[in-house]
Ligand binder design. Structure first.
Ligand code: DGJ
Length: 514
């Protein structure tokens, strides 16, 4: 019997193993209220056409435990059955104690019993609809329900339809940097736990050790949330140890803790979350901001694998996905509200997922070995070419975000004039499959190649082919040439060009001369 889905290190990357083979999630997250059979049913064909292999779907605490200790798995079982019918895997999101800071998905018996299930409070003593993380009663009720979910999955999901689980959703303290309920006030004047003490610091309260600031309050809250999530996660893993993570709402520029949902699993708190919740396999960003690469890079910087459970479903999703998979060997990428994606964004995402499906065997082979990269424009108003080293060659990329003029026929828009509106994504994955052999895939990127040594040999294009890898998703992928590219299509051998508005895969052989 194949082992449970699990994570495996490969070089500096992490692979998700499903049924003992590497698996790349081509995902989409359902809207919050779109996971029930009757509503979701008409959307499955669209999810299939998009090329998804995984649906990221919520499980609602209030629906599965309507009365304390009485579980109703109908919504979960229907989701599993329908995913299987449509050939999809699932990442389940546990909408438990917290969903976007709030506790709106807790069952009525939790919500209505504020005495037994205490709330976070503001400094003025007002109760928030946020369960306090300082209550063992809150924590244990959540952990019991989550453990029941995982126990249920163990009994109904032998075929591993569910491949990962997200614990809670976008935890964060708002509208103040910390909770002021009775239990929180007591914890705040206790000594900082040893795990959180900076090296060489004397034992003391949170204020004494970290100062009197929103940042110190955020650390205090992050520790409390992480300990709570650890308890819930460990209870679930004791039943079925699938890979588990928790996600973060990112910080709006110029805001302070309390003004943004603070203390969640953000990059500057990665150490707190790692120490406080060691049962989590990783933390994940929901990237809606335009500086996608910066946030993706920040999550990977601390050795965390990249999984993007939520991203803006704009046309840029197609480009950001290529960056995430190519640059960081991402476990997966998943725009939010996937059932409502439409128009160009839908067509472009399908294009990216088709590329990823074809390249999957190469991506899992090269992730974490320094032989693959992802390219997106570093900024909107780029003037200088973008130079990136890949093993023994330097790639110089320029990006075309505007539709090509009809008559250009492969010749780059040399005048620099804009044709049409600036509305296309531009991005590529480049994989060095052998010395001086590259697979270049994507849209709207032109590449030239250079020696890594200053004054080194000139790097020329020996051949360039456009084609497909087949069969998609298969273990063995063989290259099927559609055509040789040369002449106008390579600017008479000067460059490799992925046209704007059209996804393509090209296999390029380089040579060097003086
Ligand atoms: C982030 C949350 O995690 C989602 O559940 C959803 O509320 C989106 N924001 C809405 O944009």
């Amino acid at each position: 019997m194949p082992s449970l889905p699990h994570l495996k290190r490969s070089g500096t990357a992490t692979l998700l193993m499903v049924d003992d083979g590497p698996f790349i999630i081509r995902g989409g997250e359902l809207g919050n209220s779109s996971a029930e059979r009757a509503y979701l049913d008409p959307f499955w064909p669209k999810l299939e056409t998009l090329g998804l292999n995984t649906v990221v779907a919520p499980v609602y605490w209030h629906a599965v435990e309507p009365a304390e200790g009485d579980f109703d798995w109908t919504t979960v079982d229907e989701l599993l059955a329908d995913a299987r019918t449509h050939g999809m895997r699932l990442v389940l999101l546990w909408f438990g104690s917290w969903k976007n800071s709030m506790s709106s998905y807790t069952p009525a018996w939790v919500k209505a019993d504020v005495g037994r299930f205490p709330r976070a409070r503001t400094s003025r003593g007002e109760a928030l609809e946020i369960l306090t993380p300082f209550s063992d009663t809150n924590r244990d009720a959540d952990a019991r329900a989550f453990a029941a979910l995982m126990q249920h999955l163990r009994s109904v999901d032998e075929q591993h339809t569910v491949i990962m689980v997200q614990v809670e959703n976008e935890i964060g303290m708002i509208p103040q940097a910390r909770d002021h309920c009775e239990q929180a006030e007591a914890a705040f004047i206790e000594p900082v736990p040893v795990e959180m003490l900076p090296r060489g610091a004397d034992i003391g309260t949170w204020t004494k050790v970290f100062g009197d600031s929103p940042a110190a309050e955020e650390r205090f809250m992050a520790w409390a949330y992480a300990r709570y999530v650890e308890h819930v996660t460990a209870a679930g893993k004791a039943e079925m140890p699938l890979p588990m993570y928790t996600n973060a709402a990112l910080i709006r520029p110029g805001t302070l803790p309390g003004q943004y949902p603070s203390a969640g699993p953000l990059p500057h708190l990665a150490d707190v979350w790692r120490a406080g919740a060691p049962s989590l396999d990783f933390i994940a960003p929901d990237i809606y901001f335009p500086n996608f690469a910066e946030w993706a890079d920040a999550y990977v910087a601390s050795g965390n694998p990249l999984f993007v459970p939520e991203a803006l479903r704009s046309i840029d999703a197609a480009a950001n996905a290529l960056y995430a998979y190519g640059k960081h060997g991402a476990l997966g990428f998943s725009p939010f509200g996937i059932e409502t994606i439409a128009g160009d964004a839908e067509a472009l995402l399908a294009g990216t997922f088709d590329i990823i499906a074809q390249l999957t065997p190469l991506i899992v082979e090269h992730a974490g070995h320094g032989t693959m990269t992802g390219l997106i424009p570093p900024s909107d108003d780029m003037r200088a070419p973008h130079r990136v080293r890949l093993a023994d060659v330097v790639l110089e990329a320029t990006y075309e975000r505007v539709p090509a003029p009809d008559l250009a026929d492969g010749v780059i828009n040399e005048s620099g004039d804009a044709h049409g509106s600036s509305s296309l994504p531009a991005a590529a994955i480049v994989i060095r499959t052998r010395p001086d052999e590259l697979v270049v895939a994507g849209i709207g990127v032109t590449l030239t190649f250079h020696s890594v040594e200053a004054g080194g040999d000139t790097v020329g294009i020996l051949s360039c082919e456009e084609g497909r890898y087949a069969p998609a998703d298969g273990q063995v992928s063989s290259w099927q040439r559609l055509r040789y590219l040369n002449g106008d299509q390579t600017h008479q051998g000067r460059h490799v060009r992925l046209e704007p508005g059209k996804f393509a895969i090209q296999r390029v052989r380089l040579y060097r001369y003086r």
